[in-house]
Design a protein. Structure first.
Length: 512
């Protein structure tokens, strides 16, 4: 657990010859001119940094004289502490149990006074690990329907559970989509317009759903799509996603805007586990180049370049939340960026509106041919043909979960167009086609493969299930695998190669 990790970290550090800070001493340093805060078992003097904090001094004062770990790690990689002024570290926490007893009441008192104005990152704990878990507070005040993983029987249940377990700001960031959220809903609804045509009298006692995606073996045609800010769901964050993917034998694509350090996420790999990386091309290309050098050093095998975010869509649900912490989450934020636009607004400008086909040569030079190159965000047959003609290794048909252009077509319908366009151009099989958006059932995976996808990606389901930590993600993946195999058997198929367009038929929107 997070608390155990915290205790372990303190114990390990305590063995070193460093100053040990008691809970009583930490609490005594909580003014603007004398401010100490504990992060990850270490105590820092941050008085001189208060005025320089991009999110303002108030968000730091909320956890002054307390442990800010839970709030900090919900949105920041631990390496961010290295950016504090030299000499800021005072020592390490001496008595965790004493800290729990003395700091929790203080943190709880601060919480009620400032919850309405704090950001998700710095409001989430207002006292951090040492206060009563939010889940306990919520369950004490109202009946929680999904209290344990035993109550979850399908992937849709995870979203309802996430609403109960997560802070509103974090949930709204995940759930938000562009404008009226028409495309977000359509992504899911499109799958209900495709009927299945099962065959009978087939021996389906043994079914093989394994495959190879961009040269990487996978236990089933499913991968975890890159999704930013996983730390908002649970402290396990992207490390939990990585470990769950490894146990399931599938691929995790690491998000450019992850809340954990890249090296921590890749360090969580199991032997033989493969991971991909997603990147937003930054207006400052040198930042992207520096990031990709780190990516190459970790041995990731494929690069998914997001191409549908030349500008950011209007995510109104998220925009209604006034995020106060503007800290540089993924080394891409502009100093002074307004926070009136919710989490996405607080992140600032991190995509380049100049990105075009001519930049493929630059991307290839930066990766030095050591990674498969994939475009994520293709939404027409014409662009799929261009991707194939430009020698891309793959495309992900995606509309960013409906978060960019509202009324863009659902990805399942685009998939049908892309398959036909590549076939007409004589380019079928020239690159691998993936699709994400709206996948909630094993039957959805089957339908996507029938229309020509090599595999599907899940974004929100992985994040919602992460509200239970790594075990939640493991159950989410197991549910989808079980449902997919069940669908294969009921369709009379024993291998992925047997799936074809003949297995599905579009449901008429209007009766003839």
């Amino acid at each position: 657990t997070l608390a155990q990790a915290h205790v372990s970290g303190v114990s390990a550090m305590a063995r070193a010859d460093v100053r040990k800070v008691s809970a009583a001493e930490l609490v005594s340093h909580r003014t603007e001119h004398d401010c100490w805060i504990a992060f990850h078992g270490s105590v820092f003097e941050v008085s001189s940094f208060l005025s320089e904090h991009p999110g303002g001094k108030q968000v730091l004062m909320e956890v002054a004289g307390a442990d800010g770990t839970r709030a900090f790690q919900a949105i920041h990689p631990q390496s961010m502490l290295e950016k504090l002024p030299a000499g800021s570290k005072v020592g390490v926490i001496n008595a965790v149990e004493e800290a729990k007893a003395q700091l929790a009441p203080l943190a709880g008192a601060k919480s009620s006074a400032s919850a309405s104005v704090s950001c998700f990152a710095c409001l989430q704990a207002l006292g951090s690990l040492l206060r009563r878990p939010r889940e306990e507070v919520a369950s004490a005040s109202r009946k929680v329907k999904f209290t344990t993983l035993d109550h979850i029987i399908n992937v849709n249940d995870f979203e309802l559970a996430a609403q109960e377990r997560m802070q509103k700001t974090g949930y709204d960031y995940y759930a938000s989509a562009a404008c009226d959220e028409v495309t977000k809903r359509a992504n899911c609804e499109a799958y209900s317009r495709l009927w299945l045509r099962p065959r009978v009298m087939v021996d389906v006692s043994s079914v093989d759903v394994s495959c190879v995606l961009l040269g990487c073996p996978s236990s089933l045609p499913l991968f975890i799509s890159p999704s930013a800010m996983a730390g908002m769901a649970h402290p396990d964050a992207e490390v939990g996603l990585a470990r769950a993917a490894g146990k399931a034998g599938i691929i995790q694509c690491i998000a450019n805007m992850a809340t954990r350090d890249l090296e921590a996420i890749t360090g969580a790999r199991l032997p033989g586990q493969q991971q991909w990386y997603q990147v937003y091309v930054n207006p400052d290309r040198s930042k992207t180049e520096a990031m990709l050098q780190r990516v190459l050093a970790t041995g990731l095998t494929a690069l998914l370049v997001t191409v549908d975010t030349n500008v950011i869509g209007r995510r109104e649900r998220d925009q209604r939340n006034k995020v106060q912490d503007k800290t540089n989450v993924a080394l891409v934020q502009k100093t002074g960026q307004s926070t009136s636009g919710g989490v996405i607004g607080a992140l600032g400008t991190f995509t380049d509106a100049r990105l075009s086909w001519k930049d493929l040569a630059w991307l290839r030079s930066v990766t030095a041919g050591r990674m498969k190159l994939v475009l994520k965000g293709v939404q027409t047959g014409e662009d799929a043909v261009l991707a194939a003609q430009n020698g891309l290794d793959g495309i992900v048909i995606s509309n960013h979960g409906g978060r960019q252009l509202d009324h863009a077509r659902p990805t399942l319908e685009v998939l049908a167009e892309v398959t036909a366009a590549l076939g007409s151009a004589g380019l079928a099989g020239s690159l691998e086609v993936f699709v994400d958006g709206g996948i909630r059932r094993g039957t959805d995976i089957y339908k996507a493969l029938a229309l020509g996808a090599k595999a599907v990606g899940i974004g929100r389901p992985a994040l919602y299930s992460l509200a239970f930590g790594q075990p939640g993600v493991e159950k989410c993946l197991q549910l989808l695998q079980d449902e997919f195999i069940n669908c294969m058997q009921l369709m009379g198929k024993t291998s992925l190669a047997e799936i074809s367009a003949a297995d599905v038929v579009w449901k008429p929107l209007v009766a003839a």
